[in-house]
Design a protein around this ligand. Structure first.
Ligand code: PGA
Length: 237
């Protein structure tokens, strides 16, 4: 079963998320490997999603354990509130908030130490398209060094495809996913699942999910509508 992951980003409010959970309950019955990343303050709403066996997670975590870091939320805090997983290194964290590969590596470590599954995002920017191998290998080698990979999922998200409506071609997806899988296997001796993200919608998800190199999808915009997100989930069958 493929991983179908929603990333709400900075969207939704209390009522929206309660309604969304109710809608989702009507659309899909106990989905497997469905994951939803909510804004931190709504993680306690996990109980509304339990009927469907959905994993609930956060979109970011502090690289620090504790201390004088105003505004940060630690991995232990996420775990205490019931988060199952955390997205780390999303391109918006890297490029809007300036997170470095080293910070992302620290976040991956601390999240895993606190029992959270990690979805590690990697991907090249438009101007880096012809050196994607270099960019992605730096991202992966730094973030995955000395960690137990059994709780890590990698998401390949070409930055130019996020929120733009421009999906990578299936040829490109196959090429980059093969590259990531081979690199992680060679370097860390592990077969890591790799998701695709970037303008995934109900009208293109079946084609993407049919690729054997694709272990699932990470969905932003289209995940904000429970019916659309359910359609994406169901399109794998
Ligand atoms: P999008 O976002 O589906 O809106 O392109 C994907 C993501 O940012 O994870």
């Amino acid at each position: 079963m493929k991983y179908i992951v929603a990333n709400f980003k900075l969207n939704g409010d209390l009522q929206f998320i309660k309604n969304y959970a109710a809608d989702l309950n009507l659309q899909v019955n106990k989905p497997t490997n469905m994951m939803i990343a909510l804004p931190n303050v709504y993680l306690h709403l996990k109980k509304h999603f339990v009927k469907n066996s959905i994993l609930i997670g956060a979109q970011n975590v502090s690289e620090y354990q504790k201390g004088a870091y105003t505004g940060e939320v630690s991995a232990k805090m996420l775990s205490d509130i019931g988060a199952d997983f955390v997205i780390i290194g999303h391109s918006e964290r890297r490029h809007v908030f300036g997170e470095t590969n080293e910070q992302i590596a620290a976040k991956v470590k601390i999240a895993l130490q606190n029992g959270l599954k990690v979805i590690l995002c990697v991907g090249e920017q438009l101007e880096e398209k012809n050196k994607y191998r270099f960019v992605i290998s730096e991202q992966l080698k730094t973030a995955l060094k000395d960690v137990d990979l059994s709780n890590v999922i990698v998401a390949y998200e070409p930055v130019w495809a996020i929120g733009t409506g421009k999906v990578a071609t299936t040829k490109d997806i196959i090429k980059v996913h093969d590259y990531i899988k081979q690199l992680v296997n060679k370097k860390f001796n592990y077969n890591v699942p790799v998701l695709y993200g970037g303008s995934v919608k109900p009208n293109n998800s079946a084609e993407i999910l049919a690729l054997s190199q694709v272990d699932g999808v990470l969905v932003g915009g289209a995940s904000l509508n429970a019916e659309e997100f359910s359609k994406i989930y169901l399109s794998q069958f």
